[in-house]
Design a protein around this ligand. Structure first.
Ligand code: ATP
Ligand code: MG
Length: 297
């Protein structure tokens, strides 16, 4: 493989992960020149380019060294690791990204009696994830036939080509529409930033480290709020006790009012009206809840 000095990230060309993946990269300060109907997008500011491909190809492209990183569902990554064996074992999840959440589950027709995995003995299970399903069947000592299908797995029981399925579930609506009942969850999935478990030692490694730091900031601020309020020194303990989780608040003096303090606290999640009302009752006033735009620890 020819050495490259620019970082190359593989992501889904068109599908559920495309928009949120571009959004997270944009929040990391990465912008791209090419139009999105092309396979390759050239990075404008930083030396980072994109390769837009089918999501199934992403782990392989990283394993071959064609791309340095990829944004892909854990389901696709783990299936690849399970099927490709040793060569893929060196692929790792660098960061979970918090979108594309779904689960890989077993489902059976609603009228089938099912209580334990052993009930699947002798049945045919349709799936696009033969690797992950095979592992689960072995772990549970179930002797079932795996029917591998590329798509439309949920209609296999109705068509008579399988007795049960193992497929991705998000809301469960598709299962209900096909008179199926979810019985076991094999894997909780979300989009992840995947890459080799050892970073390149050249500039690309430095760029990955920089990107990971920015990504940590992006993931953290997505949920964070900055709470500002004023309180008297006597109410400070009561107010502080009610603050939603997060690092120690910062206290500042208020000019001309020695008894008053300005408090600034980073909160890990939403701050509800009810929480604000409670904090106010404890003695706070002039309260503001602000979204956080960027964070660099
Ligand atoms: P491609 O053409 O890239 O192969 P695809 O049809 O395999 O596309 P999508 O349906 O866009 O892929 O799903 C991409 C990823 O989104 C899945 O691998 C999974 O991680 C995640 N996902 C989240 N919810 C669901 C869902 N309900 N069904 C399928 N995938 C889901
Ligand atoms: Mg796919």
């Amino acid at each position: 493989m020819k050495p490259r000095d620019r970082l190359r990230i593989a992501m889904q060309k068109s599908g559920r992960l495309t928009e949120p993946a571009l959004d997270v990269l944009k929040r990391c300060g990465l912008t791209f020149r090419q139009s999105r109907d092309k396979l390759f997008c050239f990075g404008e500011g930083e030396p980072v380019d994109l390769l837009l491909v089918r999501d199934d190809d992403i782990p392989g492209l990283i394993a071959q060294g064609v791309c340095d990183l990829g944004i892909v569902g854990r389901n696709v990554l783990d299936e690849f690791k399970g099927v490709a064996g040793d060569a893929a074992a060196a692929l790792t999840e660098w960061r979970p990204l918090g979108f594309g959440r779904c689960r890989l589950s077993i489902a059976v027709p609603q009228d089938v009696d099912y209580t334990v995995p052993k009930d699947l003995d002798g049945l045919r299970i349709a799936t696009s994830y033969p690797g992950l399903l095979g592992q689960w069947l072995r772990r549970n000592e179930v002797d079932a036939a795996v029917v591998t299908l590329a798509g439309s797995v949920e209609i296999a029981p109705k068509l008579g080509t399988a007795d049960a399925i193992c497929d991705l579930v998000q809301s469960g609506g598709t299962l209900v529409a096909n008179q199926l009942r979810e019985t076991d969850v094999l894997l909780q999935s979300e989009a992840v930033l995947a890459g080799p478990d050892t970073l390149p030692t050249d500039e690309r490694g430095d760029m990955i480290e920089l990107l990971l730091k920015r990504l940590d900031g992006v993931i953290q601020v997505r949920e964070s709020r900055l709470l500002l309020l004023q309180t008297s020194r006597t109410s400070l303990d009561a107010v502080t006790r009610l603050l939603p989780g997060g690092p120690q608040p910062t206290l500042l003096p208020v000019a001309g009012q020695p008894d008053q303090l300005m408090l600034q606290a980073l909160c890990a999640g939403e701050v509800s009206w009810r929480q604000l009302e409670e904090i106010k009752k404890a003695g706070a006033r002039e309260m503001f809840v602000l979204p956080v735009e960027k964070m660099l620890a």
